[in-house]
Design a protein around this ligand. Structure first.
Ligand code: TPP
Ligand code: MG
Length: 335
């Protein structure tokens, strides 16, 4: 993405700020469209939207280098878009079409792109964490300077396999950034952040993994913390934990009306902390854009998203002959 490798060390230029704005707005508009298509019955199965959390994936992707890897939970569309995957193929997958990233057989939670070093999309809470540690182990073993961004939720942060992964990552100084997206809810009415200890980023302390809380609604703050964590990995100093304090605007999935929280709480976050509005204000205040420029950006992005939706609708459903394809590995020669 254009924000990458520009002025990552200083106050960003108008160009970088605009690119960050575009990248976040693409996720927002894409997810809104996904919500509509779901409502129309065009998306089957689960669908977990990333609306509200855009600054986390976009901020971290803005400091990633080509070849770096990423892995996340089922709440995956935002990260896929942020790392440059094609909105047309993502939406085609979500609608179960042949041109989707998994040939229409994976759906919202199960996409993968070796080209973009995107390793899923995982439905089992916390399952991606040991896999992410494994990816970074491979890079350490091969002696590359690649970094793995391993995302999981505040709920997932209490899974046992997370701590096995912390242990191994610390033991072998693996180049992995554990990103806890603390959106304050899992699937239950309680706020996860009410559970002690209050700072999830301290959960690596007993393994010697440093952790930091970052304002996950401020893309520049995420970028800054991400840069530090990445530098640590590339210097061979091992893993770190970033706890991004963010907020999920929608329910857990499309079938969750999120009745466990008040409208006032949501309105307050939207009015006071919205990640996209924050950058919008910075662009206007810094004289980098005017209202007209921002309208044009929104129009461009809506066009990209509408085109993706049209593409998905036109793409055929996979034929019955695809049913058993890619299900079993081909037997290797001589066995
Ligand atoms: C091992 C396991 N336990 C329970 C579930 C059901 N489940 C799916 S998502 C979820 C909540 C996870 O919350 P969090 O990690 O905070 O992620 P968020 O959905 O907020 O992004 C639960 C309990 C599951 N998929 N896998
Ligand atoms: Mg959560």
């Amino acid at each position: 993405m254009a924000a990458r490798k520009t002025d990552a060390g200083s106050e960003p230029s108008g160009e970088t700020l605009t690119q960050l704005y575009r990248d976040m707005l693409l996720i927002r508009r894409f997810e809104e469209k996904a919500g509509q298509l779901y409502g129309m019955g065009l998306i089957g199965g689960y669908c977990h939207l990333y609306i509200g959390q855009e600054a986390v994936a976009v901020g971290l992707e803005s400091v990633a280098e080509p070849g770096d890897r990423r892995i996340t939970s089922y709440r995956s569309h935002g990260l896929m878009l942020a790392c440059g995957m094609d909105p047309k193929r993502i939406l085609a997958e979500m609608t179960g079409r042949e041109d989707g990233y998994s040939g229409g057989k994976g759906g919202s939670m199960h996409m993968f792109s070796s080209e973009h070093q995107f390793y899923g999309g995982h439905g089992i809470v916390g399952a991606q964490v040991p896999i992410g540690a494994g990816l970074s182990f491979a890079d350490r073993y091969r002696g590359t300077d690649r970094v793995t961004f391993c995302y999981f939720g505040d709920g997932a942060a209490s899974q046992g396999q997370v701590y096995e992964s912390f242990n191994m990552a610390a033991r072998w100084s693996l180049p992995v950034v554990f990103v806890i997206e603390n959106n304050q809810y899992d699937t239950t009415p309680r706020k996860v952040s009410d559970v002690p200890p209050p700072d999830l980023c301290t959960r690596g302390e007993s393994f010697g993994i440093p952790g930091e809380v970052v304002d996950g609604m401020d893309v520049l703050a995420v970028r800054k913390a991400g840069r530090k964590a990445v530098a640590r990995c590339r210097a061979g100093r091992g893993p770190s934990i970033l706890e991004a304090r963010t907020y999920r605007y929608r329910g857990h999935s499309m079938s969750d009306p999120a009745k466990y929280r008040t409208r006032e709480e949501m309105t307050r976050v939207k009015e006071e902390r919205d990640a996209i509005e924050l950058v919008r204000d910075r662009l206007l205040a810094g004289g980098h854009a005017d209202e007209e420029d921002l309208k044009l950006i929104d129009r461009d992005i809506k066009a990209v998203v509408n085109e993706a939706a049209e593409f998905a609708r036109q793409s055929p459903e996979p034929g019955l002959d695809m049913l058993l394809q890619d299900v079993h590995a081909a037997p290797s020669a001589g066995r």
